[in-house]
Design a protein around this ligand. Structure first.
Ligand code: FRU
Length: 720
C-alpha cells in the first residue's frame, strides 16, 4: 500500500547558536535557590522577602522551575503587587535565557531588561483568561546589540485580578538561545482532514498552515504535548494533493506536531453523537465550541425539484473548531429539513485573517436579486449574509451554492462603526433592506437601523438606546390577526419591547420596561428569515450549558414558534416548541384525568433518559407540584405562583386556574415552557448516570391532573 501521507521533514528549528565557543558554561545571573533574594531588591508585597519554594497557597500547581526556588509574585494572591530589581550586571554573552510563567499582560506582569534606565527587552507569561497553566517555559532574548552594556532586570507585577502574577526562574547569560523556536512540519495532503490533539487548559499555541508560502489557516490551539483530551480537525479538502506546512510557535516539545494525523474521516466518526453526554435532540457541533446561532434562513430555492416542501433550513453558528472554549470565531454550518434532524457541514465562513474573527450575523434570501449577486447559471434566489468581521466592520457575503460556500462582496465592509451583530431583513412596506445592528458609545448601548436598496450601500436611519448585542427585529400578528400586528425589537439577553417600525425608526409602544420571555441558560437568539406560512421560528444559544470531558461544548436551545398574545398584563410574546419535535416521540404514557395524592408518584414505573412531559393541573389543595426528571426537580410554588428549576425562580401565572407545563429533558438540559409558552426556561443539567427515574408529586394536598402525558423521545441523530 502506498504511504498515506508523506512526512517531508520535521524541522525542529535548532536554537540559534552562533557562539564562537559554545562550550562555555552559562553565566547564572540568578537561580533563586538562596534563602533570600541576595542583591535583588523587592518592593511591594507580591514577591515577599525571599524566593518562593514552588506553589503558593491558593495557586494552581506551579511546575517547570529548576531546583527548589523561583520568583513567584502570587505572594498574597493575584491582587498583591510589587517589583523585584536586580543589581547591575554586564552583558557579555549573546543571549539571555530564563524560565517564565504566569500572567500574560504587557507591562503589568513581566520581566524587563533595562539599559541606561530604559526598558530594552520585555517578556510576559502566557495566561490572560481563566484556565491556563502555571508551568514555566524557556524564553529569552538575543542581546548581541547590547554587548558590553551594564543592565538590570526587573520583575514587575502591577496587575490585580485573574492571572495578576508572574513567575520567573533561572536567568542566565548564554551562548545559545533556549527559546523554543518555531516548529514546522510538512505534509502532502492526500486526505481530507488533519486531526489535531487538544489538551484543554494547556498552553495556547498559535498555529499556521501555509501552502506555497500563503497562509490558508491560522488559529490558536491548546495543542496537547502529552495525552490529548480529544481530537479536533481541520478540513483541507480544497487543497488535496498540495504540500501543507504546519507552523507552530513556542511548543515546549516540537515533536508534538508529529501527533497531527491525516484522515479521510472526522475524529471518532463511528462514535459520533453517541458520546456519554451528547445531547440527543439539541444541536451541538461535532467538535469544539459553539455560541450564537447565525444566519438562520429557510432556503426555499433549494426545495425546487427536490421534493422538500420547505426547502433546506440553515443554521450557522459561532464556532471554535479547534478548542473546547470560546475563541477563533468561525461560522459553523448545519442544515435540517424538519428543524429536528441536523447534518453538520464544513465551516461556512473562515476568519478573514488571524485575529479578524467572523462574529455574529444573519442571512436572507435575496428573492429579487436586488444585490445582483445571482450570476447567470447559479440557482435562485441567492443567499446573502451579513456578519461582523472584527478587524473590518459589517461585511456582506453571498452564496450561489445553497449556503455551502460564501464569497465576500468586494465593497466590504459595508458599515463601519463601533458595534457588531448585523440583522438583515426585507421591509416590505418601504421596499428596502434594513440592518438592525448593535452599536456602542462610551456610555451607550444601542441598536442602530440602516437601510439599503441592494444590501451593498447602507444609510444610517435611526438609533434606539438601551439594548445590548445581537438584535433581532420582526413583525408578528397579535392573537393571530394579520390585520393587527406589532413589531418586536429583541436583543441577546432575551428581553424585548413591542411597537411600530416604519422601515427607519422603531417607535416603542410597550412602555419603558422590557419584557422577558426566556430565562436561564439562554442567550443571543435569532429568528429564521424566509420561514414559510408566516412562522417566526427562533433558536437561541443555551449559553453556559457545558459538557465537561466531552469533545464539544455548549448547545443550541430547541427551536420554538413565537407568537404575540393578549394577556391580562398586555400583549406578550409566547414560545412553543416547534410541532416538528413530535416526530421524536415514542409511545405515549397517559396519566390524564387523575387525582395526584401527596406521597403518590404515578410515574414511578417509567425509566429512561430523554423525555417530553405535558402537564395541566388544577392545584386544588396542593402547595407545591413537582416534576422530577432524573433527579432534577421542576417545582411549582402554588402560593407564590413561581416556577422553580435549578438557578431559576420566575413568576408563572395560572391559566384558567391551571398550571400548564411542557417539559423536555435531554442529556445536558431541561427546557420548561410554562403557561402555554408565556414563560420559557432553559437550564443545564448533567443528570446522575445511574438515575433514570421520573417523578411527579403533590405536597400539602391533592392536585387534579387534567393532562399528564409522558413521551420517551428518540435520538434525533438517528435519521428517520
Ligand atoms: C454574543 C456575542 C456577539 C458576538 C459573538 C462573538 O454572544 O458576544 O455579540 O458577535 O458573541 O462570538
Amino acid at each position: 500500500m502506498l504511504a498515506t501521507f508523506a512526512l517531508i521533514g520535521l524541522l525542529t528549528a535548532s536554537p540559534a547558536a552562533t557562539a564562537e565557543d559554545s562550550t562555555r558554561p552559562d553565566v547564572v545571573i540568578a537561580d533563586f535557590e538562596g534563602d533570600d533574594y541576595g542583591g535583588w531588591k523587592a518592593d511591594g508585597h507580591a514577591f515577599g522577602d525571599r524566593p518562593a519554594r514552588g506553589t503558593l497557597p491558593g495557586q494552581m500547581e506551579v511546575s517547570g522551575y529548576l531546583g527548589r526556588g523561583l520568583v513567584n509574585s502570587f505572594n498574597g494572591g493575584d491582587d498583591a503587587t510589587g517589583t523585584l530589581t536586580s543589581p547591575p550586571f554586564r552583558i557579555d554573552r549573546p543571549y539571555v535565557n530564563f524560565l517564565i510563567g504566569g500572567g500574560g499582560f504587557d507591562g503589568e506582569t513581566c520581566l524587563n531588561l533595562s539599559v541606561d534606565g530604559r526598558t530594552v527587552r520585555t517578556a510576559t507569561g502566557k495566561n490572560r483568561e481563566g484556565g491556563g497553566t502555571e508551568a514555566l517555559r524557556w524564553d529569552g532574548w538575543d542581546v548581541k546589540d547590547l554587548a558590553g552594556k551594564e543592565a538590570t532586570f526587573q520583575v514587575v507585577d502591577c496587575r490585580k485580578g485573574g492571572w495578576g502574577h508572574i513567575n520567573v526562574d533561572q536567568i542566565v547569560l548564554a551562548d545559545a538561545s533556549r527559546k523554543p523556536a518555531e516548529a514546522v512540519r510538512a505534509i502532502v495532503l492526500n486526505h481530507r482532514y488533519l486531526h489535531l490533539p487538544v489538551h484543554t487548559g494547556g498552553p495556547k499555541t498559535r498555529m499556521k498552515f501555509t501552502i506555497d508560502g500563503q497562509t490558508v489557516r491560522e488559529f490558536d490551539i491548546e495543542l496537547a504535548e502529552g495525552k490529548p483530551d480529544f481530537w479536533v480537525f481541520s478540513d483541507l479538502k480544497s487543497y488535496e494533493g498540495r504540500t501543507l506546512k504546519i507552523h507552530a510557535g513556542e511548543l515546549a516539545d516540537p515533536k508534538a506536531l508529529d501527533a497531527i494525523t491525516p484522515s479521510d474521516e472526522v475524529p471518532d466518526a463511528a462514535g459520533m453523537y453517541k458520546e456519554k453526554h451528547r445531547p440527543q435532540f439539541h444541536f451541538t457541533s461535532r467538535r469544539g465550541w459553539l455560541n450564537d446561532p447565525n444566519g438562520l434562513v429557510f432556503d426555499l430555492g433549494a426545495a425546487q425539484g427536490q421534493g422538500f416542501d420547505r426547502g433546506v433550513i440553515h443554521l450557522f453558528y459561532q464556532h471554535n473548531p479547534y478548542g473546547w472554549n470560546w475563541g477563533n470565531m468561525h461560522w459553523g454550518h448545519a442544515t435540517t429539513l424538519d428543524l429536528v434532524h441536523w447534518s453538520e457541514f464544513p465551516i461556512a465562513i473562515y476568519p478573514h485573517a488571524y485575529g479578524d474573527w467572523a462574529f455574529s450575523g444573519s442571512a436572507v434570501a435575496d428573492v429579487d436579486n436586488t444585490g445582483g449577486f445571482q450570476k447567470r447559471g447559479t440557482p435562485a434566489p441567492p443567499l446573502v449574509a451579513a456578519y461582523t468581521s472584527t478587524g473590518r466592520g459589517e461585511c456582506i457575503v453571498f452564496s450561489s451554492d445553497r449556503g455551502q460556500t460564501w464569497t465576500e462582496y468586494k465593497g466590504n465592509p459595508v458599515v463601519k462603526h463601533n458595534g457588531r451583530d448585523p440583522r438583515l431583513l426585507w421591509h416590505a412596506a418601504s421596499k428596502q433592506w434594513v440592518m438592525a445592528v448593535y452599536d456602542e458609545g462610551e456610555k451607550r448601548q444601542s441598536i442602530d437601523f440602516h437601510t439599503s436598496p441592494d444590501l451593498k450601500t447602507w444609510t444610517f436611519a435611526s438609533r434606539l438606546d438601551g439594548f445590548f448585542e445581537c438584535p433581532d427585529l420582526f413583525e408578528l400578528p397579535v392573537d393571530g390577526d394579520p390585520n393587527k400586528t406589532l413589531w418586536v425589537i429583541y436583543a441577546a439577553d432575551a428581553k424585548y419591547k413591542l411597537g411600530r417600525f416604519d422601515g427607519k425608526t422603531f417607535h416603542v409602544e410597550s412602555g419603558p420596561d422590557k419584557h422577558t420571555l426566556w430565562h436561564g441558560n439562554f442567550y443571543a437568539a435569532q429568528t429564521f428569515s424566509e420561514a414559510p406560512n408566516s412562522r417566526r421560528i427562533q433558536i437561541g444559544w443555551g449559553q453556559g450549558i457545558t459538557f465537561p470531558g466531552m469533545p464539544f461544548n455548549q448547545q443550541m436551545a430547541l427551536p420554538v414558534d413565537l407568537t404575540l398574545r393578549t394577556t391580562p398584563d398586555g400583549v406578550r410574546m409566547f414560545a412553543a416548541p416547534v410541532a416538528e419535535l413530535q416526530s421524536l416521540r415514542d409511545a405515549k404514557h397517559d396519566f390524564s384525568n387523575t387525582t395526584l395524592e401527596p406521597g403518590k408518584n404515578p410515574l414511578s414505573g417509567l425509566s429512561g433518559d430523554l423525555f417530553e412531559v405535558k402537564l395541566a393541573a388544577k392545584p386544588g389543595a396542593a402547595e407545591e407540584i413537582e416534576l422530577n426528571l432524573r433527579g432534577t426537580p421542576v417545582i411549582y410554588d402554588v402560593r407564590r405562583q413561581d416556577l422553580v428549576c435549578k438557578q431559576i425562580r420566575t413568576f408563572l401565572p395560572l391559566v384558567d386556574g391551571e398550571l400548564r407545563l411542557h417539559v423536555f429533558l435531554d442529556k445536558g438540559s431541561i427546557e420548561v415552557f410554562g403557561g402555554d409558552g408565556r414563560v420559557a426556561v432553559s437550564v443545564g443539567v448533567i443528570p446522575d448516570d445511574a438515575n433514570h427515574a421520573l417523578g411527579v408529586a403533590s405536597r400539602g394536598g391533592a392536585a387534579s391532573l387534567r393532562t399528564l402525558e409522558v413521551y420517551p423521545l428518540r435520538s434525533a441523530w438517528i435519521k428517520p
